[in-house]
Write a protein that binds this ligand. Structure first.
Ligand SMILES: Nc1ncnc2c1ncn2[C@@H]1O[C@H](COP(=O)(O)OP(=O)(O)OP(=O)(O)O)[C@@H](O)[C@H]1O
Ligand SMILES: [Mg+2]
Length: 419
């Protein structure tokens, strides 16, 4: 039987909902409330699918109706929302200075912390609050595992000028996407650092020519890998984007390490995580990556997409791979760094090992080093490989390939929902 619950929320409290079965439909009956910074419209019904976790927060008090028997919900008055609001207020101060003096730029803030502490959520809240002030921030997502901008294995940026849709998130229809090709920076650290630098450079160029972006500033989401090389990636990213503040969620040691290692002009803030964030298992993360790829091709129940499948001949495409076999140092040309093989682009022959592999579509006309730094045009998945006929069957968002150079990734996707 469908369960209908009406809940009255007091000011500064939130209703946390985890959808365990079926779906949950949420409606704002009275007052004002928001989900991760996006305001709810009164009497509009919002549907959340199984697996969703959201918090409906109210500063002033609200009455909410929740429909759905599989929704596990509870109210909490222990939320860090006011702290996040203060962070937003500090960003606004920097924007005001940038607005009155063009020699200044808007805020650059990076969110760091271990997995499942709410980094992506806080980025969303901060972006939403800035849009609600009429700003146009840039959201940069460096999380190649659980990023929000494109498929797993990528890093990128979006230029935001409207609030995230409550169910769909931010409009990612025109993202800036770099293909890293794996779900952890550890797979190729030199490539990861190189792409971070490249993206930072492109963002700087955008800020130099677009005053609204410059004032709106840059909000950077990062990976939850905070130890060893992962920590170094965070330090490198802070440097590349010249951030002036870093928010460390939940992890005291990380906070102390960054205080020691980042320049003294960088403000490092230690903030609590919300008790509402859930810890996801390895399997849940893998499922959510797969769902992200599914969404890229098939859309969501509210805005479905119809992808194409077609065959291409081996001879009509070029497959590029980033990272060559490591040569012994004695074989390297004079002056070549040992690490260079990690960022060397090489050609590979199509073969049956490509089945279920995600390939990035590069705008390059040939397999060259440009494959790394050029933002990608999209992604395809190899559904089938036929060595006899020398053809590949591709799942594609576009009716035909916009370019013949496809870049290998280590990401797999089994397209079992296309029939
Ligand atoms: N206040 C809250 N109440 C309920 N759920 C929440 C709350 N804040 C965040 N969540 C949920 O908790 C989960 C983890 O949050 P989020 O994805 O922001 O964490 P993260 O640190 O970015 O994780 P990752 O390391 O995977 O990138 C998400 O499903 C999110 O919707
Ligand atoms: Mg995240």
């Amino acid at each position: 039987m469908t369960e209908v619950n009406e809940m009255k929320l007091k000011e500064d409290t939130e209703l946390r909902i985890g959808v365990e079965e079926g779906e949950a439909i949420v409606e704002l009956i009275e007052g004002r409330a928001e989900i991760f910074g996006s305001e709810l419209e009164k009497h509009k019904r919002y549907t959340f699918q199984k697996g969703s976790r959201v918090a409906i927060f109210t500063y002033e008090g609200a009455t909410i109706e929740v429909v759905g028997s599989g929704a596990n919900s509870y109210t909490s008055d222990q939320t860090p929302m006011v702290i996040y609001l203060n962070t937003h207020a500090a960003l606004e101060q920097i924007r005001k200075v940038a607005e009155s003096d063009p020699s200044h730029r808007g805020p650059r803030i990076m969110l760091v912390g271990p997995t499942d502490v709410g980094k992506s959520t806080v980025c969303r809240i901060l972006c939403n609050y800035s849009v609600r002030m009429g700003r146009s921030p840039i959201l940069v997502d460096l999380d190649v595992g659980q990023g929000d901008i494109s498929v797993p294995g990528t890093m990128g940026a979006i230029f935001i000028n409207k609030m995230a849709d409550i169910m769909e998130g931010f409009d990612c229809s025109r993202p800036l996407v770099y293909n890293f090709g794996a779900t952890s920076p550890s797979e190729n650290l030199p490539l990861y650092d190189l792409l971070v630098k490249e993206l930072a450079e492109v963002i700087n160029q955008r800020c130099a020519v677009n005053r609204d972006s410059n004032i709106g500033g840059v909000i950077i989401n990062t990976c939850g890998w905070v130890h060893g090389d992962g920590y170094q990636c965070l330090v490198n990213a802070a440097e590349a984007f010249e951030v002036e503040s870093v928010v460390v969620i939940d992890h005291e040691r990380l906070y102390n390490d960054l205080k020691r290692d980042l320049p003294s002009f960088v403000k490092i803030l230690h903030q609590p995580k919300s008790g509402g964030t859930e810890t996801r298992s390895k399997e849940m993360r893998a499922t959510s990556r797969s769902e992200r790829i599914h969404k890229y091709f098939y859309g969501t129940p509210w805005s479905r997409l119809n992808p194409y499948t077609f065959e291409v001949n081996f001879s009509d495409i070029l497959i590029a791979k980033i990272g060559a076999e490591r040569l012994p140092e004695s074989c390297l040309p004079f002056g070549t760094k040992v690490d260079d093989h990690n960022t060397k682009v090489v050609s590979v022959r199509p073969s049956s090992s490509l089945v279920h592999t995600v390939l990035a579509i590069s705008p390059c006309a040939a397999v060259s080093q440009n494959v790394i730094k050029d933002t990608v045009l999209g992604f395809v998945v190899v559904n089938e490989v036929n060595e006899e006929t020398q053809t590949l069957t591709l799942l594609s968002a576009q009716q035909e390939l916009p370019s013949k150079v496809l870049v290998l990734t280590s990401i797999k996707f089994v397209d079992d929902r296309n029939h």
